[in-house]
Design a protein around this ligand. Structure first.
Ligand SMILES: *Cc1c(COP(=O)(O)O)cnc(C)c1O
Length: 366
């Protein structure tokens, strides 16, 4: 079976120098030396200052903390998010004490469109969590204008977008951008999260909330929790960052080969085709039924995944929340499918996958 994804984190030998530093320092969490170094290197990677970056334990908690830090509109408790996302997004909204309201995404970008949200929904919302779909860039200037015009804060769930941020229109500004370091994401620390924001006050507030509400002393200034990133996860993150140029090159080359081969298939679109960012997904959009294609591929030893299923509003945990009309979400749920994609996927396996997709799609193409 060709798996849909095979995580690969730094090997023991690559971690060892960092682990030895932990042994020597005897500092295991609470903003230790590796945490400091990781934060500085991430800040430099994005051309930011250290005070514009905060690291926390995972992106689900990261989104919740960012929501708590951005001054949600107090007169409301409904927070708009797309249904077309991973379950973590609405979970994070609920963790922050808000109720998610599921809105539809744009047909082409697969993300919320600020111009398509209904006036009344915006008026009744405490905030918005918009989502970068499968690591794609987001037009942040447009969202900053939206936040300003409507006086409601916005948080960006950019869990899979380590590489896209800073590219194309994905500018870093006053909207907190939350990146996951989970083992399945492009830059991995096994578990972890980076939050970027040009406003140091928002970053400082998130840091306080992540550390029991403490500021400089152990007096709780605000309500908080424990969401610190420990030294061991920082070691993995640093070793992943060391390997990033090589990882990115591998993903780029593999993606190009995949794209060229998939171009041969009639009636097929590839999400992100020709764009400048790399991600850890290969998502196709077919005119045919994705479930049937998935079964066809499974019979040929190829695992696929409907990463976001039919949208979050369908999960039992979220059915009590408000749902707007979702025609695009429904369409994406039926017609999109995640193919195997990971850094050491062999070209011969890509050939096998593309041939099997072609075999299914070609006879059915209009
Ligand atoms: C992976 C993912 C998350 C959750 O990230 P964790 O670090 O695992 O909590 C949130 N949102 C989206 C869109 C994701 O893909």
């Amino acid at each position: 079976m060709i798996p849909v994804f095979r995580p690969q984190l730094p090997k023991a030998a690559e971690l060892l120098p960092y682990l030895k530093r932990i042994d020597e320092a005897r500092w295991y969490s609470n903003f230790g030396p590796l945490h400091g170094e990781f934060r500085t290197r991430i800040a430099r990677h994005y051309g930011l200052g250290d005070d514009q970056v905060v690291l926390v334990s995972n992106a689900t908690v990261g989104i919740a903390l960012a929501l708590q830090a951005v001054a949600l509109k107090r007169s409301a408790h409904q927070c708009i998010c797309p249904s077309w996302t991973f379950a973590a997004t609405p979970h994070a909204i609920a963790l922050a004490g808000q109720s998610p309201v599921f809105a539809d995404v744009d047909a082409a970008t697969w993300t919320l469109d600020a111009d398509q949200l209904a006036e009344q929904d915006i008026r009744e919302a405490s905030g918005v969590v918009m989502v970068s779909p499968f690591g794609a860039p987001i037009d942040m200037t447009k969202w900053e204008r939206f936040a300003e015009r409507n006086g409601i804060p916005v948080v960006c769930d950019a869990a899979a977008s380590f590489d896209a941020i800073g590219r194309e229109e994905f500018r870093i500004g006053t909207i907190p951008i939350v990146i996951s370091l989970h083992a399945t994401k492009p830059l991995a620390a096994a578990e972890g999260c980076i939050i970027l924001c040009t406003d140091p006050d928002i970053i400082e507030r998130i840091r306080q909330i992540s550390n029991f509400g403490f500021s400089t002393t152990s007096v709780a200034q605000v309500l908080g929790t424990n969401a610190k990133l420990n030294e061991y996860n920082c070691a993995v993150g640093l070793a992943s960052l060391d390997a990033w140029p090589e990882t990115r090159e591998k993903l780029t080359a593999m993606r190009e080969y995949y794209w060229e081969r998939l171009d041969e298939i009639p009636g097929l679109k590839v999400f992100g085709r020709g764009r400048s960012y790399v991600s850890n997904y290969m998502i196709i959009e077919t005119e045919t039924d994705g479930y049937q294609l998935s079964n066809h591929l499974a019979q040929r030893g190829i695992e696929t995944r409907r990463w976001w299923r039919s949208g979050c509003h369908q999960h039992p945990a979220f059915t009590s929340f408000n749902v707007k009309p979702l025609p695009q979400t429904r369409r994406l749920g039926v017609h999109t499918l995640g193919l195997p994609f990971y850094s050491d996927l062999a070209k011969t396996d890509i050939d096998k996958i593309v041939d099997a997709v072609d075999e299914f799609c070609r006879p059915r193409a209009a």
